[in-house]
Design a binder for this molecule. Structure first.
Ligand SMILES: [Zn+2]
Length: 426
């Protein structure tokens, strides 16, 4: 891992603004603060740093995105590429298969099933194409092996089980392709579960299909992800699952009362069952962010021109609408949360459930990121803040990946299926 340490060491003097802020002697000796920062950077570089919710696969087929071309959030709004992973010491994590939800009917299920299978194929193509730098991971022990080889770790997860339609056996196909974590639901209720953000519950938790999904995930050896599920659906998952559950990108209601955040009691129940809460850096769930008056006025103008029913818009009109919105967002940016607000959520969670049950799931390339942690290149800031908050090196290692891998190990140990996941492409 020496290569990784060296890349991060270059950040000490510059990017994070941590070094050199207190006294430097006349002889130019390095200050105590410099030494401390360098030590923390070295420590961060030696950790296995995983994020449980990388939405980057949605970009794989977008023109303009290349994993091996260094970009920036300011340039194109992206958060993850190989260079920024190296800068920030991010070793990989769970790369997401996400397809937006449509109607709950057979025709839609069929279309979306194909889209999800293609997305999994895209992840496998990505691993094959960049095989010098990344590798698919199928079991917990793969993580150490891949990291030792100097590569990025690619576990797969599915956000929203909607693409399974009403055929839960399809989960076997995704498992064989490498899927190791699944969340039943997203923004809206579906055939499996109620969403945290839909208007009213449909099933009061999990549906019968949802219960079958939990059993199938337990059988195959998939981590169950309660992010986006309603509190009742999470309670049902906890009650039914034979293995601990994870929230891949969620936060505490105790800091901000938003439907996507969970109440203390439920978070404690997840921890008591051995689970892990991976804390989110998605601004809209961190605090109520009020737009400036100028932005509100501009939005009102945009809505007056384009709002309402756009179903009879021509392609040119739709393009003009999007361009006008992009210009508005550039001129009057949406309010963003600060790194300190993200840390408040993380430290609250740590205080509540303890360092054995907390991780990081920032929703990179899915809307995550805060001022001062715009993309993955700035992840060492979290390590610095955790050290400053008094957490031990052992705790921080667990937070950055140890806890998540512990649950994967639990899930592997409890699996009852004999279906294997052949390592088809390396
Ligand atoms: Zn999400």
């Amino acid at each position: 891992m020496r290569w990784k340490s060296l890349m991060i060491a270059t950040m000490v003097a510059g990017g994070l603004g941590l070094a050199g802020c207190d006294s430097v002697s006349d002889q130019g000796a390095v200050s105590v603060q410099d030494h401390r920062s360098a030590d923390i950077m070295e420590f961060h570089a030696g950790l296995m740093v995983l994020d449980s919710h990388l939405d980057t696969p949605a970009k794989f087929h977008q023109s303009g995105y290349k994993f091996d071309r260094k970009s920036s959030w300011a340039e194109d709004g992206s958060h993850v590429d190989l260079y920024r992973m190296n800068e920030g010491g991010l070793d990989g994590g769970f790369w997401v298969i996400y397809i937006p939800q449509g109607p709950l009917n057979e025709a839609a299920f069929q279309a979306v099933r194909n889209a999800a299978l293609m997305r999994q194929t895209a992840i496998r193509e990505f691993a094959a194409r960049y095989n010098e730098h990344v590798e698919l991971a199928f079991v917990r022990d793969d993580a150490d092996r891949i990291l030792s080889a100097g590569k990025k770790i690619v576990f797969q997860s599915m956000e929203n089980a909607y693409p399974l339609g009403e055929d839960i056996s399809l989960l076997e196909t995704f498992y064989a392709g490498g899927l190791r974590m699944i969340g039943p639901v997203h923004f809206r209720n579906n055939q499996f579960a109620d969403s945290a953000t839909d208007i009213a519950p449909l099933h009061d938790g999990l549906s019968q299909f949802g219960e079958q999904l939990v059993r199938k995930a337990n059988d195959l050896g998939l981590i169950l992800d309660g992010s986006h599920a309603s509190d009742d659906a999470v309670r049902d998952m906890l009650a039914l699952s034979t293995t601990p559950i994870v929230l891949s990108h969620s936060g505490p209601k105790g800091i901000y009362d938003h439907p996507r955040n969970l109440p203390d009691g439920l978070l404690l129940d997840i921890a008591a069952a051995g689970g892990v809460i991976q804390v989110n850096a998605y601004g809209a769930y961190l605090e109520k962010r009020l737009p400036s008056e100028a932005r509100e006025a501009a939005l009102a103008g945009w809505m007056a021109q384009y709002g309402g029913d756009t179903s009879d818009f021509s392609l040119d009109q739709l393009a003009a609408m999007r361009a006008a919105r992009a210009q508005l967002d550039a001129e009057y940016p949406a309010p963003r949360s600060s790194f300190e607000t993200f840390m408040a959520h993380l430290l609250y969670m740590l205080e509540l459930v303890g360092p054995d049950h907390v991780g990081i799931g920032s929703d990179w390339d899915g809307g995550g990121g805060v001022i001062g942690m715009d993309d993955v290149s700035q992840l060492p800031r979290i390590t610095v803040a955790l050290v400053e908050a008094g957490y031990s090196e052992g705790d921080i290692a667990k937070i950055w990946g140890g806890n998540l891998l512990r649950v994967l190990g639990d899930v592997e140990a409890a699996r009852t299926s004999d279906l294997s996941s052949p390592n088809l492409v390396q």
